[in-house]
Design a protein around this ligand. Structure first.
Ligand code: AKB
Length: 313
């Protein structure tokens, strides 16, 4: 098997930073090109500036680095998306369309598209949400990812593009900070617990959401991309589940290590977004098709997060 030559868009984002490093470890630093409009990661390895709407530049990078696989992570998340809906639609949907067209034109071997639990909405069963349900998302971010999934499915059917996708729950990791999401509280809370022993939460105490720890995200994504083509039955987002918890439960998990940690609740506009999403996810298709299985639960994640963040600071 020949070594893939990978291009990652949005590589400076929360997931991009960690995935880029993991792919470099797996395939070699010279095989993975990080791209972003944020050049903060340029010192970490192969990097090129890329505005995702600039398809001419993307085409020239694909040629220059002889790219064979793309991980298209560039996107605006749920909360930021509501602040500028048209811009979000443009980046998230037109950005994807540009990548899909160039993937076909350049005969890219494999493409990864991250979807999200934000595709679900108030019409979706909220507990153990099945893979195939009516999707009526409440946010522009969710709308763009729902449409993105349909475009991915279409490009697979119409052009044979080997596209693979996951509906990520809220992602929690110590290495990077999320920007503009509704699940961001679950990362902020660990930083606040260590620094101030207090956190002001923008969601209500009992808002249950599906979440996942970064090592599981990275393993899941790499395993999905490495799975044999025949085992990938869905060419839109696979449901994926790590754990589900509320702000009150994550606070209690932190208090096992920092007993004087306190939390107060001041819900803002993000509460309505969270309330429209699932509480827990049925990911049996991912488990059956490509052997998905998460390793972390709330308490093992908390222990690891607090220890990693303490030694980082
Ligand atoms: C967000 O909160 O917008 C993201 C997501 C669930 O996709 N973390």
């Amino acid at each position: 098997m020949t070594q893939p030559r990978i291009l990652i868009t949005g590589a400076a984002g929360q997931l991009g930073r960690v995935l880029t490093e993991a792919l470099r470890l797996k395939y070699g630093a010279d095989s993975v090109l990080a791209t972003d409009i944020n050049s903060a990661i340029e010192d970490l390895g192969l990097f090129e500036y890329l505005d995702i709407l600039n398809t001419e530049r993307l085409q020239s990078l694909i040629e220059k680095y002889q790219i064979t696989e793309i991980y298209h992570l560039a996107a605006i998340l749920s909360a930021n998306g509501e602040r500028n809906p048209s811009f979000t639609w443009n980046i998230n949907l037109n950005g994807l369309l540009g990548v899909l067209k160039l993937a076909v034109k350049n005969k890219i071997d494999k493409l990864f598209f991250p979807s999200t639990i934000a595709v679900f909405g108030n019409t979706t069963p909220q507990i153990n949400t099945p893979q195939d349900v009516p999707l009526l998302p409440e946010t522009v971010y969710g709308m763009s990812k729902t449409s993105g999934e349909l475009w991915c499915n279409y490009f697979h059917k119409k052009h044979g593009l080997d596209i693979r996708s996951i509906r990520y729950p809220g992602v929690i990791g110590w290495q990077s900070i999320p920007e503009g999401g509704t699940t961001d509280y679950a990362v902020e809370i660990y930083h606040a617990a260590l620094k101030q022993k207090h956190y002001e939460c923008f969601l209500e105490a009992d808002t249950r959401l599906p979440m996942i720890y970064m090592p599981d995200v990275i393993n899941g994504t790499i395993n999905l991309m490495a799975a044999p083509k025949e085992s990938i039955k869905l060419r839109y987002g696979y449901n994926l589940s790590g754990m589900s918890f509320t702000p009150k439960e994550i606070a209690a998990s932190i208090q096992k290590h920092i007993p004087d940690f306190t939390i107060e609740y001041k819900p803002d506009f993000r509460q309505a977004i969270a309330a429209s999403w699932s509480e827990s996810i049925d990911d049996s298709k991912a488990r059956n098709d490509w052997n998905w299985s998460p390793q972390y639960n709330l308490d093992t994640m908390t222990k690891d997060m607090l220890s990693k963040l303490s030694s980082k600071n």
